[in-house]
Design a binder for this molecule. Sequence first.
Ligand code: DON
Length: 542
Amino acid sequence: MRPTDPVRAEQGVVVSAQELASRVGRDILQQGGNAIDAAIATGFALAVVYPWAGNIGGGGFMVVRLPDGRATTFDFREKAPLAARPELFLDGAGEYSSKRHHDSYLSVGVPGTVAGFALAHERYGRLSWRALVEPAVRLAAEGFALTPSLARSFERILSDMAPYPASVAAFSRGGRPYRAGETWQQPDLARSLERIRDQGREGFYGGETARLLAAEMRRGGGLITEQDLARYQARERVPVRGSYRGWEIISMPPPSSGGVALIEALNILEGYDLKGMGAYSAPYVHHVTEAMRRAFLDRARYLADPDFAPVPVERLTSKSYAASLRAGLDPERASASAPADATLPAESEHTTHYSVVDAEGMAVSVTYTLEAGFGSKIVVTGAGFLLNNEMGDFNGKPGLTTATGLIGTSPNLARPEQRMLSSMTPTILARNGELVAVLGSPGGRTIINTVLVTVLDIIDGGMGIQQAVNAPRFHHQWLPDTLRIEEAGVTPEVAAALRAMGHQLTIRGRQGSVQAIMIEPGTRVRLGAPDLRDADAAAAGY
Ligand code: DON
């Protein structure tokens, strides 16, 4: 990892996975935009300079804390198209098909990003919409020099894009991979962004862009129609809130499972002396793992789009419920995860998180995604942007719950216009009424636990923000019953002790990518801490 100190900024700072996008956000702050303006501009810029996960063809969540302490969230998660049904991912013989679920035109959800940004701008934006989209238009039209990491990621994905000529055209020079340092231009994407710049949400959900997207769907046997696009609405939702040792946790409510699971786990852990156990000791990892296991069991049981299924948020995030879960936790033995309910496919880092704080103390925490890296790999012909494969976050087959990777519970099945369950956990921490930190991560289901261990490193470990971002991470998601931990997080002695307690331990390369900000106590300087696990991550402040 690159050694670094956090970027110190007196006024405002943006931390994202791509330096060019962080700079776009910083420029907007310097022009007098607030943190929401900067978040929108950064989000559009990431759609150009970080196509791995930055997007206009995907969706996500934004958590906002205003300078006066009020907080809100924006839900721009993708929706199932009107023609979706719970059996969508079964093949002709009625068997579950991972290909249909995760890697096909059927895996594309109705995108939400542009509607979410437009709604957030309408509610709280200060600069003109045009000013926020324009930097992305320019980056797409004029191009920019590819970093080694971007060039590598394009080269690796090229064979997966082979079935989609518009994707190959966008991400290579006629099939030849780009080299690092070459200028990469995206003329079709530039025109789509111009329509969004000039017409607002209608520039994406209506007119030429909507026609091109619907035509792409017809060509490939997908379900999304112009009607689906016209009907898509982002939602402003009340945040989910919790407290941990006196710190205030503000996070994303359903249809993300992130905030509820994070607060449930923190509530369980509040009853233990983690500090006394010592960070990353065997008892520490054991207790945190057991909290993760319980939060993920409830995730599989209850969490889904609240517009379609009743989600017991109050109960799951209550201190009394956590106390009842603690009662069943053996301080010296791993609990069993019963395969009767669920298990989950492998996860990777194909989402992106960014954090913004402005001069007035407004904080914005955004995680958005195409689901897999480069989403469905399908670029809309003529419109230049990648489509998500988010439908894969619905449960695959009604009733099919297996020990090796699937959940079949009812709440999170694909129904017309339902939003698929997410794990994204954009989060803000406050204390004594003052903003303290902004954070979040990619990584599918690992996201929740990446945010959890980072919060513990800050609060129980007393770490500075860069140290907390760099600190090792671990993950347990109930099923499969494995505890995955980054190599730096475990000594041979601790590993042996955890195995003796009954944990199925595996060492993993890396987990997540936390782009975080902390307000320095006393000075109120904004400390921007990029995650050095990501080659191009950077903070830009002033
Ligand atoms: O919403 C979610 O939780 C996932 N679609 C996020 C995807 C991600 O982080 C990378 N994934 N495998």
